[in-house]
Design a binder for this molecule. Structure first.
Ligand SMILES: C[S@@+](CC[C@H](N)C(=O)[O-])C[C@H]1O[C@@H](n2cnc3c(N)ncnc32)[C@H](O)[C@@H]1O
Length: 211
């Protein structure tokens, strides 16, 4: 399979690491880790989000489609990162393994079917008292001017990504972004932060009762 991030992986952190710091810190605020917890990030990219949990003595697990993004994550996390190349729609873990399953800035680029499959897998590998942390674009309402500017920048970045990625982003937004996905997946939202004038959402949730 083609590595969609091959051309950008080497410079991804220089472009986005500082820009996304506020999102990562909001994620850390939403879910406070404890020593020994197992954290899984699907679509872990260069490992920037996982690396936050390193100093808390957590088990750091990451899955990503892109070998070039994973190479950056390996360089960052070293032996602490248990990283696998693969599709998060088919997680290679037994059920009930993780205290936290997280997805940051990757669900918007998946097709609706892939998104549902990935969410089902995140729920499957979650411990009974585990939590799901989602960070992604929010389809408004946007605050002037910060939200409008952030929204315009996001649109340009997504347009530039092109192809299926852009098409999926264009489906994700009118479908309600993360709140829409949480409703579709019957997640119980426990915390929700909006950032950058409403252009990003951070949701902490737990699976709702089966039904
Ligand atoms: C925009 S990057 C975000 C990376 C990282 N989560 C961050 O916030 O810095 C999206 C990542 O999701 C990965 N990805 C997309 N679809 C995936 C899938 N079905 N399974 C695993 N990884 C996927 C991409 O390869 C890419 O590394």
């Amino acid at each position: 399979m083609e590595d969609a991030y091959r051309g950008i992986a080497w410079i991804y952190d220089r472009l986005f690491e500082k820009l996304n710091l506020g999102l990562r810190l909001a994620g850390l605020r939403a879910f406070r880790p404890a020593r020994g917890m197992n954290i899984l990030e699907v679509g872990c990219g260069t490992g920037a989000f996982l690396s936050q949990y390193q100093r808390y003595g957590c088990g750091l697990y990451g899955v990503d489609l892109s070998p070039s993004m994973l190479a950056q994550a390996h360089a960052r996390l070293g032996a602490a990162g248990r990283l696998l190349q693969g599709d998060a729609a088919h997680l290679p873990y037994a059920r009930q393994q993780f205290d936290l399953a997280t997805a940051m800035l990757c669900l918007h680029e998946m097709s609706p079917a892939a998104r549902s499959a990935v969410m089902a897998e995140m729920k499957r590998v979650l411990k009974p008292n585990g939590r799901i942390l989602l960070i992604d674009f929010q389809p408004g309402p946007y605050q002037p001017l910060q939200g409008w500017i952030a929204r315009a920048l996001i649109f340009l970045i997504e347009f530039n990504a092109g192809g299926e990625h852009f098409k999926n982003y264009r489906q994700f937004m009118p479908a309600g972004g993360l709140p829409g996905l949480a409703a579709q997946q019957a997640l119980v939202i426990e915390k929700q932060y909006l950032l950058a004038g409403g252009a990003f959402a951070v949701l902490l949730a737990r699976p709702g009762p089966p039904g």
